[in-house]
Design a protein around this ligand. Structure first.
Ligand code: MSP
Length: 646
């Protein structure tokens, strides 16, 4: 029997669950449910990360002990997941004694092997990240993640000989190209490994921080939070001796967002190697959810709370939205408006209507009993069945490869085709004609079969909806017991079984912000995005040369380019102008992102930063409008990035 082991990051207990945490955990749940219906034996782990500076500080400001604080927030995470339809097999806490024992066991093992040494280190430290930054990583003397000044700190500490594993790791990632996926993140890790790797400081003096696991070989120190946290993935399985470990570790897959790629892509493999534990199979890395205001932040009130969403729109719709909207690996934008639109279009209209129409007709024409296939299939039946087969194939291929949105698109293609099939087959006309009653049976049976397969295929995404559909279709099986090989097979409904139409699966919802919703989408976008002045008709007023000199024009090279979600016009660029700049430009229509990477352009470098669709932009790309086309201004020949234009 195949095995499948999936983990989420263990979340810090200094913040309540938000949409980002929910997304990763739902993805893990969807994958886990998928592998179950493929017949695998699965294990799904999530939990909370409770030690370290950050938690100690948060507890202090709440005026309670770190443990009491961790208990409270960890409890919130634990209670949230089932309310979002997430069924994990274990919820681990890094304060669990079993975990603490494993961390100390591994530390001792690695120490005894001579892979940990004691040394003095002086460097720049970020409290938020709980780590020292290297010269290369520091931006304007600040932590690039927190944008806060770093503190200079000198400390005697224990170090893990991480540098030793650099060559092995490069070789591993090169010979296992799908180990870190999607590929862009594997490339990111490999790019990082092109520079010499430094050893990792794995301790903190207990006098400064006592909220951590004591080093087994020196009680004056506690374990660095990442060395502690990463080990949860094996301690939860009862490493070293546990049966679960033997059974599931060889197929381990971690799911994370890009923010913690380095600890998972570099520290963790090196730790595993040093401890003599085989490397994990996959690291699945997704992008970031952003709200219209940009990054989510508690202080700005822009945090999207998953339980609020579930309360208003339903957990099932929320799950569907997250998996349908985000391309795994890329960033995505969250807005209630987009959520409402998907609920109304995809769920209420497409799926809900197909289901209720199919069942209503079964009730009307066959007293609610599933009819047999009573005639040979016609072309339209075979076409519809081909769509179902395609959805099944896409589902099998895309799901394990993290192409959730593609699997859903194929399922919805099938739903769309079935709705059209109803209109074309026009069962209401067949019903009027006694000679065509046999054909009516085939049509309705065909529709019911499509509904059943759809119910099976959506089960990882919307388990409750799937269960409801199956029950009303007279299928006696719990969602947990579904197996694609059998339950996905065409024609497996039992003729004569009773069906029940019931209430609509997804009632339509009104947007809470009607004004926003009424505005057509492109208009909203234009309102936010169109900050560039219209082409001037005549030459503008003369200016003094000094005024012109105030404009800092520079040569830039585009390093990366990606579409801004939900915008046709905007593209997000990372541009080298001697330093790296993020610039959002309204050029996507004429210049798709893939054509931009590597191009040299002219940048206005000293424009005041602005936000376009919630994304920070630090500069402007120069272009000229020529008839309906837009042309970039580029230097005559290759020019060093940062070159000042005079
Ligand atoms: N405690 C560490 C992880 C240790 S794992 C051994 C940690 N915790 S965290 O609470 O900050 O969670 C980070 C993770 O939360 C991300 O990797 C991602 O899974 C999820 N997300 C948090 N914000 C997110 C978004 N805005 N968008 C998508 N997911 C993000 O790091």
């Amino acid at each position: 029997m195949n095995r499948f082991y999936i983990t989420t990051p263990i979340y810090y207990v200094n913040a309540e669950p938000h949409i980002g945490h929910a997304y990763t955990t739902i993805v893990a749940d969807v994958l886990n449910r998928f592998h179950k219906i493929m017949g695998s034996k699965t294990f799904f782990l999530t939990g909370t990360d409770e030690h370290g500076d950050k938690i100690a500080q948060a507890a202090r400001s709440s005026g309670i002990s770190p443990k009491a604080y961790a208990d409270r927030i960890s409890g919130l995470f634990r209670q949230t997941w089932p309310k979002l339809g997430i069924q994990s097999d274990k919820f681990i806490r890094t304060t669990d004694s079993e975990h603490v024992n494993v961390v100390q066991y591994v530390l001792q093992k690695v120490y005894d092997a001579g892979e940990i040494y004691f040394s003095t280190y002086k460097g720049f430290y970020c409290v938020g990240c709980e780590r020292f930054y290297t010269e290369r990583e520091i931006v304007d003397g600040k932590c690039p993640d927190h944008d806060k000044p770093l503190i200079e700190r000198e400390e005697a500490n224990y170090f893990f000989r991480m540098s030793k594993y650099q060559d092995w790791l490069i070789e591993h990632l090169e010979s296992n190209p799908d180990c870190i996926r999607p590929e862009r993140y594997r490339n990111e890790v490999l790019a990082f490994l092109r520079e010499p790797l430094e050893d990792l400081c794995i301790s903190r003096p207990a006098e400064r921080l006592d909220w951590g696991i004591p080093l087994p070989f020196d009680a004056n120190y506690v374990t660095y939070v990442w060395f502690d946290a990463l080990l949860n993935y094996v301690s939860a399985l009862g490493y070293p001796g546990g049966e679960l470990f033997t059974e599931f570790w060889p197929v381990a897959q971690h799911t994370i967002a890009k923010d913690i790629l380095k600890p998972h892509g570099i520290y963790w493999p090196a730790m595993l190697k040093a401890a003599g534990i085989p490397m994990y199979r996959h690291l699945n890395v997704h992008g970031y959810w952003k709200t219209e205001e940009g990054k989510m932040s508690k202080s700005h009130g822009t945090v999207v709370r998953p339980l609020d969403m579930a309360a208003v729109y339903g957990a099932e719709a929320f799950r569907y939205f997250l998996l349908r909207e985000m391309v795994f690996g890329l960033d995505a934008g969250f807005s209630r408006e987009a959520l409402v639109q998907r609920i109304n279009a995809d769920l209420a209209n497409d799926l809900g209507n197909l289901f209720s129409r199919s069942l209503a007709m079964t009730e009307r024409y066959f007293e609610g009993k599933i009819p047999p296939f009573a005639t040979e299939p016609e072309a339209m039946d075979s076409e519809l069945q081909a769509k179902v087969e395609n959805a099944l194939r896409q589902f099998r291929e895309q799901m394990p490869a993290l192409g959730f949105h593609k699997a859903l698109m194929a399922i919805w293609e099938c739903i769309g085709a079935a709705n059209k099939y109803i209109d074309t087959a026009a069962p209401w006309n067949l019903a009027k004609d006694a000679d065509r009653h046999a054909r009516l049976k085939t049509v309705i049976r065909t529709l019911l079969e499509v509904n059943r397969v759809v119910a099976v295929l959506i089960s990882p995404f919307m388990p409750e909806t799937s269960a409801k559909m199956l029950e009303r279709l007279g299928v006696e099986k719990r969602v947990e017991d579904l197996r694609l090989a059998k339950d996905g097979a065409w024609g497996s409904l039992v003729g004569g079984t009773g069906v029940v139409k019931g209430e609509s699966l997804f009632p339509r919802v009104e947007s809470s912000d009607k004004k926003q919703e009424r505005l057509p989408k492109p208009a909203q976008e234009a309102k936010r995005a169109d900050t560039t002045p219209k082409a001037e008709q005549s030459v503008a007023a003369l200016i003094d040369i000094d005024l012109f000199r105030q404009v800092d024009l520079r040569i830039g090279r585009i390093l990366t380019a990606e579409n801004v979600p939900k915008s046709e016009k905007l593209v997000k660029l990372l541009v080298d102008i001697g330093e790296r700049r993020q610039i959002v430009a309204g050029i996507a229509k004429t210049h798709p992102p893939r054509t931009l990477v590597g191009k040299q352009v002219v940048i206005v470098a000293n424009l005041k930063p602005a936000k376009l669709m919630g994304i920070e932009s630090h500069g402007m790309v120069l272009a000229v409008r020529d008839a309906n086309d837009l042309k970039l201004i580029i230097p005559e020949a290759e020019t060093a990035p940062g070159g000042k234009i005079s």
